[in-house]
Design a protein around this ligand. Structure first.
Ligand code: FAD
Ligand code: SF4
Length: 509
């Protein structure tokens, strides 16, 4: 009586209870399929890293005595679809039952649930044993509230899990939030820590993927792939982060610079999202460093907030609002992506660096994603759905449950303010304050109009002019509208004209 257990490519958690003991009656099924490589166009490193990590995981399970059926992308028997392969394997093994771990993507969740409903054999969905919260927990917590504030859920989870809490029920250090200490510009020192990630040669696997005619973009870097491909490597990377980068994580969390690719960010999102690493392990390691006196509270609180707060929160938004969330476009933005999203070849230095790095590394840190690329998309009026497909394809850590709310909600305000209390829009003044991109840029950061004026400036003011009816009543934008209204009529008209010209010629910037 064989049971098939499906392991998806982002379910590489060797500590899952499924793997406690080998069982001769259980066959673990893993598959590399065109259904998953092709639903959006992916960065080559993303396909390579996921397949390589899956292969490593399958080899480890086998070495521990588990039965594994691994369907490779070039296997003759591969039907290239989840259901096609599952149906064939049920017949092959004469399986009496099927089990799968809860998928994180709505698309796969629906596909498997609908398939399971028509199966003649029992099919059970198990918990993925990864997150702090259950899928519907955030929705139940927020109930009918119009705005869902990350901060509220975060404090609730801090209390519930006793993270950075004093015995008297107060937050450690007497404050919930150290954002005010955490907004520094990076002067070039302390130096960016060495990148301690492993280096793998997966040139042969890349050739297999290319031979299978899987379409991709970005630099594969197959002979020096820098992503952790198993739990041991992920743990080593966590240790290196805690020791070398965490102490400065808070201070430079919002900084950006063309001289740095990750600053003091952890680079752990891939390991976390494919579940080699549990978020509790990362949070606990940071808290332990603080207790030992190796990292300041502001840095550790800032890091815990990303995982316990933002990561769980966006997942809650995703499950509460799908499938409609994918189509939201509250500001009715419709422009296609400029061509330089695919090659980084733009005169705007901040965007050339952030997009160029994304194409080279399949990684950009949060502020590059939010305040450079996303900010430009928002104020220029690019289609949030086109941006969503780009973000989902380009980043090594991009899985829809986390990427979609970040792109549509946080970055593009496309949900009308469910996720963010105001749009994350910034002019050159913001980019200049938080980084040193502007010196050396062909555009002038202090000019609003004229051929050399930084495009962010006219687009920023025009964004608020264009969306006055929707945004002017927002108390958090009162200052912006006061400043806008102080501008002479002629200057407002010149800004509108410059913005329209920019929008009509985005490819040439
Ligand atoms: P660090 O800065 O070191 O943060 C530590 C961890 O906290 C991250 O690894 C991540 O797991 C978590 N985290 C931090 N910020 C967020 C956030 N806003 N939402 C959820 N988790 C967070 N993150 C993804 O994991 N996948 C995505 O596809 C993704 N798309 C994004 C798209 C946009 C437009 C924006 C603005 C952000 C996106 N993020 C995404 C969130 C964040 O930018 C990345 O998690 C982070 O840059 C990953 O790098 P890191 O591991 O060095 O993060
Ligand atoms: Fe970016 Fe404008 Fe600064 Fe150039 S001047 S780096 S385009 S913000």
């Amino acid at each position: 009586m064989t049971t098939l257990r499906l392991i998806l490519g982002d379910q590489l958690n060797p500590r899952h209870s499924w793997f406690a003991e080998p069982d001769a009656n259980v066959v673990h099924v893993m598959m590399e399929i065109r259904q998953e490589t092709d639903y959006v166009r992916h960065h080559a490193q993303k396909i390579l890293a996921i397949f390589a990590a899956m292969r490593d995981f399958a080899a480890q399970l086998k070495s521990q005595g588990h039965r594994v059926r691994y369907v490779a992308i070039d296997d003759a028997s591969n039907r290239q679809s989840l259901i096609g392969n599952l149906d064939a394997l049920i017949a092959h093994y004469r399986a009496a039952a099927v089990e799968y771990q809860a998928p994180d993507e709505w698309r796969l969740d629906r596909q498997l649930a609908e398939w399971a409903a028509g199966l003649p054999i029992p099919c059970r969905m198990a918990d993925s044993e990864h997150f702090y919260t259950a899928r519907g927990e955030a929705a139940a917590f927020f109930g009918a509230r119009r705005q869902w504030r990350q901060e509220t859920l975060y404090r609730h989870l801090r209390r519930q899990h006793g993270i950075l809490m004093d015995d008297n029920g107060e937050p450690a250090g007497g404050r919930w939030n150290f954002d005010a200490d955490n907004r520094q510009r990076w002067p070039g020192h302390p130096p960016e820590p060495d990148d301690a990630r492993p280096e793998h040669d997966h040139s042969r696997l890349l050739q297999t993927i290319v031979d299978a005619e899987v379409d991709s973009f970005g630099q594969p870097q197959a002979d020096a792939l820098r992503w952790p491909l198993n739990r041991a490597e992920a743990l080593a990377q966590l240790r290196a982060f805690v020791e070398h980068a965490l102490p400065h994580f808070g201070a430079y969390q919002d900084a950006m610079s063309p001289r740095a690719r990750r600053l003091f960010h952890s680079l752990l999102s891939f390991a976390l999202n494919v579940k080699m690493l549990n978020p509790r392990e990362a949070v606990d390691a940071a808290v332990t460093a603080w207790r030992r006196g190796d990292a300041p509270l502001a840095a550790v609180e800032g890091f815990a907030r990303q995982l316990l707060g933002w990561r769980e929160y966006v997942r809650g938004v995703y499950w509460a609002r799908m499938p409609g969330y994918r189509d939201c476009n509250a500001l009715d933005h419709r422009l296609p992506l400029p061509r330089w999203f695919w090659d980084g070849d733009t005169g705007m230095r901040c965007l050339a660096h952030a997009i160029g790095q994304s194409l080279e590394d399949a990684y950009a840190h949060h502020i590059q994603r939010l305040m450079v690329i996303g900010n430009f998309g928002l104020i220029a009026g690019l289609s949030p759905q086109a941006l969503h497909e780009w973000y989902l394809g380009v980043y090594i850590d991009a899985f829809e449950w986390v990427e979609l709310p970040n792109t549509l909600g946080m970055s593009q305000f496309a949900d009308g303010g469910l996720l963010g209390s105001k749009p994350y829009a910034g002019s050159a003044a913001y980019i200049g304050r938080m980084g040193d991109y502007c010196a050396g840029c062909r555009y002038r950061p202090k000019q609003r109009v004229g051929a050399d004026a930084c495009p962010f400036n006219a687009l920023y003011w025009d964004f608020f002019q264009r969306h006055r009816a929707r945004l002017a009543a927002n108390p958090r934008l009162a200052l912006v509208y006061r400043q806008l209204d102080k501008l002479p009529e002629a200057e407002r008209a010149a800004i509108a004209a410059r913005a329209a010209a920019l929008q009509a010629n985005l490819d040439t910037l």
